[in-house]
Design a protein around this ligand. Structure first.
Ligand code: SF4
Ligand code: SF4
Length: 151
């Protein structure tokens, strides 16, 4: 399946992937409104980790046998059979955070959106043609590719 891969050597630690991830998951899909009106600051699903002088954007690996799906107590976290994408059906999430504890990559953070608990994890921007972090990275440090690592 196609996944987002980070190219460490091109990352500038600008955090624009985080900004546009938040925007892509907002109601308005507008940067200013997402931050100022919808109060979505901090709800990014990609996380730029920094260990000077290097930085790297970390996100869900959409594992072939995802522990977050296995551990989810409400059936909210699912792996789509056709695409292999792992995502949370937010209306079913009860905020137990088992998925957060289960992920071996630390790719899920506990969060809230519009007053409801939501696990913050990459869903490959499933409602958009391409992941927003890839589209908006100013230095090509994120790529969306099929690398034959299975689904
Ligand atoms: S959240 Fe973690 S365990 Fe779940 S599919 Fe992604 S990388 Fe795998
Ligand atoms: S693919 Fe979409 S959801 Fe995943 S980290 Fe990038 S912007 Fe966020």
């Amino acid at each position: 399946m196609k996944k987002v891969y980070a190219l460490r050597e091109y990352c500038m630690n600008c955090h624009l992937c985080e900004v546009y991830c938040i925007t892509a998951h907002s109601r308005s899909r507008d940067v200013w409104k997402a931050f100022k009106r919808e109060d979505l600051r901090g709800t990014h699903r990609v996380l730029v980790e920094e260990k000077w002088p290097e930085s790297l954007a970390v996100q869900c690996r959409h594992c072939p046998e995802p522990r977050c799906v296995e551990g989810c107590i409400s059936g909210a976290m699912v792996k789509e059979p056709d695409t292999g994408m792992v995502y949370c059906q937010e209306d079913k999430c009860v905020g137990c955070w088992t998925c957060v504890a289960s992920c071996p990559y630390g790719a899920i953070r506990p969060g809230h959106r519009h007053g409801k608990p939501v696990p913050l994890k990459c869903d490959l921007c499933k409602d958009l043609p391409e992941p927003a972090c890839v589209v908006h990275c100013p230095n090509g440090a994120l790529v969306y590719q099929e690398r034959g690592t299975g689904t």
